[in-house]
Design a binder for this molecule. Sequence first.
Ligand code: ARG
Length: 461
Amino acid sequence: MSNQKELLWQSRFSQPFDREALKFSSSVHVDGLLYREDIQGSIAHATMLAEEGIISGEEAGQIVEGLRAVEQELESGALVPVWEDEDIHTVIENRLKELIGPAAGKLHSGRSRNDQVATDTRLYLRRNIDCLTGLIAGMQSTLLDKAERYSRTIMFGYTHLQRAQPMSAGHYYMAWHSMFGRDASRLSDLRKRANVSPLGAAAFAGSTLPLNTARSAELLGFEGVFSNSIDAVSDRDLVIEFISACATVMMHLSRFSEDVILWSSAEFNYLGISDAFATGSSIMPQKKNADIAELVRGKTGRVYGNLMNILTIMKGLPLSYNRDMQEDKPPLFDTAETTAQSLSIFRRMLENTWLNEERLARLTADDLSLATEIAEYLVRKQIPFRDAHRITGKIVAYAIEQDKSLPSIGLDEYRTFSEAFDEGIYDDLKPDASVNSKKTSGSCSFRSVEEQIARARASKK
Ligand code: ARG
């Protein structure tokens, strides 16, 4: 034999595993991140084994104490995993053997690395779902503050990136609040499916040992136990669901980033970003760039790529476990980290932005975006909407041609387009009147925005 360490499965082989093949198949550099979950799962398994009389209480005590010591060593860096150990499960088991001797060999009774890694993954998902849900709640609280601060600020709402109608700026922030709310609900929905224990499925067939799967599940805080042992070891739906939910979070953040980038440009100049969250140029001294938003937008591509990655890994796999599935971890870990970092930094950047209220007031005061008010004014005068729309279109064309704003067109001029116009039209041609005349619930009026904020705050209590 070479000086290579013995692998967990070596005994039936007459030659050591080729070094390059081992390096190629080792996942230590990636799944090292799962050491806490792995130890947590092993402690629960050993505890259950002792309770069921499969190993002695003394052996379980040694195993649990030994595992805690290994955790400490990994935490402090005293134990540095090496790729020769194949995966983190082997790293931990080998070190346990060095620390406590033969009892370590009993830990794996009734367990395979297949149900072990599935358990670790679910514990990881649960922890990261909770972390992301917390970050999303933080983002929503910042959005509520923004919405409140700007509930009476008027700005343009856009469709097709063209000025459409004036609205409360708070309404804009509350739109993001709704989107992130759905993201949180997607995550908490998949958390229920993640919170099921695969322990006891062993390789895929279950075990001849009298394992108490409900007990190990309970010890790990899982709400249920697998119902089919093949599915328990071969299911990676949750990884897909998680990455998909994160891809949607990133899509939201990316769209939000796009607005930040546009609005902070000189052309829009709606949004200021504090110097602490902007960057400069190495050649153009005047530049101030929204790089944080651009990076969040850019990182979205990684998470989408991760989703394609895991879907492609899974698409042709025969049941049950296949080694391909080890490749689920790079996209999973990268997604959790990228999404968490993006949510965190974007929120902090958002807190360091402000709306240029004076400019928004100036721009919205006499803009053509009040044209819908004219059409709806005519509808209230019993003119069918299609006719009202046509008449208003002609007025807009006239305003452009005459280079006039809608409020500066005289009543006699309005009356050449329709007899229905009277002095009342000028009351409607004010942005705040426009915004506040919206009657439908969930609309862009100050009152509606204040109601949205109040409802969101109440639901948090
Ligand atoms: N490192 C492996 C993984 O992440 C652990 C399971 C190994 N199982 C096996 N039958 N080779 O999937």
